[in-house]
Write a new protein. Structure first.
Length: 346
């Protein structure tokens, strides 16, 4: 029997990008590509986003950024924000990748590698606004900005952006984080030109808190139609991927389908709603390589069952499944193994 398939709709992805861009305008969209574009495939995502005119891409790491550069050629801007090795810094310089900088030590290494290569590194300096996920503390910000300006004067650096992460724990905490962020921007403005890219918000805050958006918004999950855990549905945004498997055997009136926990589906998801030709049915059990689904009238071997998707067949979304195990929709997508075949349309 055929392998389980993650069917990925390119037209839906493009439509989601347009919906997100309309929502966040005039802030510019950065499509985030981390974790192989949330399990959808990085090359596919970059090609499709490029077709819609997306200019900014968030690769997370340099290696993914280099892969994105191969697709983009000499167009587009790529932002890699995880702290990298010296070798990766060299790769980023060759591939014209912007680097996120959250420590004085990393800044010094980037400056040294750029000087050694006779290149100018584009950097985005990160202020810690309370999440404690890397980033310079306010007490060290002014001194580090001075180091950046010195690196610019020497021809080794270009301050292309200021950025941070929000905790998104509460509106009040995010408001406080924005105040810290704007204070950091003012310090930079007093030292020289304001960078073109000011970005504080990711998917949820970009969508729901327009007053927090900067000139650029980093959005990953929403572009792929993955809503936030415990969050509402997003108008105009649809899941672009659906996981399907075929009925292999009929067991006591129920359907055994060819996808199981070894394919990356948590066995604790038993009890969820899945889609069938007969509508929504209960996922009764998840074994190693198969699962058992409540039967429906007229079921046959070879019928398709939808483990998650956009709900057209009665199935839950990836996020709805993730909520059953106190996780996020991205985890369901990114944990699928290579035995699940990726099929893109059109």
């Amino acid at each position: 029997m055929s392998r389980p398939e993650l069917r990925i709709d390119t037209d839906l992805f493009r439509a989601n990008i347009r919906a997100v861009r309309d929502r966040i305008a005039p802030s510019e969209l950065m499509v985030v590509l981390k974790d192989d574009a949330y399990g959808h495939g990085l090359r596919w995502a970059v090609e499709a986003a490029k077709d819609t005119g997306v200019e900014w891409y968030g690769s997370y790491d340099v290696r993914s950024g280099v892969e994105a550069r191969r697709v983009l050629g000499d167009t587009g801007r790529i932002f890699a924000w995880v702290t990298s090795t010296d070798e990766e810094i060299d790769d980023a310089l060759r591939a014209d990748i912007d680097l996120g900088v959250g420590s004085a030590e990393y800044l010094a290494r980037i400056t040294a590698r750029a000087a050694h290569a006779g290149a100018r590194a584009r950097i985005h300096l990160k202020i810690d606004t309370g999440l404690r996920r890397n980033g310079l503390l306010p007490a060290e910000w002014e001194r580090t900005v001075a180091d950046v300006r010195a690196g610019e004067a020497a021809g080794h650096l270009e301050l292309a952006g200021i950025w941070s992460h929000l905790a998104e724990a509460s509106d009040d905490e995010d408001d406080d984080a924005q105040a810290l962020f704007l204070d950091a921007v003012r310090v930079v403005e007093q030292s020289g030109p304001t960078p073109e890219a000011l970005h504080l918000t990711a998917s949820a805050a970009s969508w729901w808190r327009p007053e927090l958006r900067g000139s650029l918004s980093r959005i990953g999950a929403f572009c792929y139609g993955v809503r936030s855990a415990e969050g509402p549905d997003l108008p105009g945004v649809t899941p672009v991927a659906e996981l399907t498997a075929t009925v292999r055997k009929i067991v006591d009136g129920n359907a055994q389908v060819g996808v199981g926990s070894f394919d990356g589906i948590p066995s604790t998801l038993a009890g969820a709603d899945v889609g069938t030709p007969g509508g929504s049915r209960e996922l009764l059990r998840i074994d190693e390589t198969t699962s058992l689904v409540q039967g429906w009238p007229g079921m046959q071997i070879g019928d398709s069952v939808w483990l998650f998707g956009a709900g057209e067949h009665g199935e839950a979304s990836a996020t709805t499944l993730a909520e059953r195990v106190d996780s996020v929709g991205e985890e369901i997508l990114t944990r699928l193994t290579s035995r699940v075949r990726r099929v893109t349309t059109p």
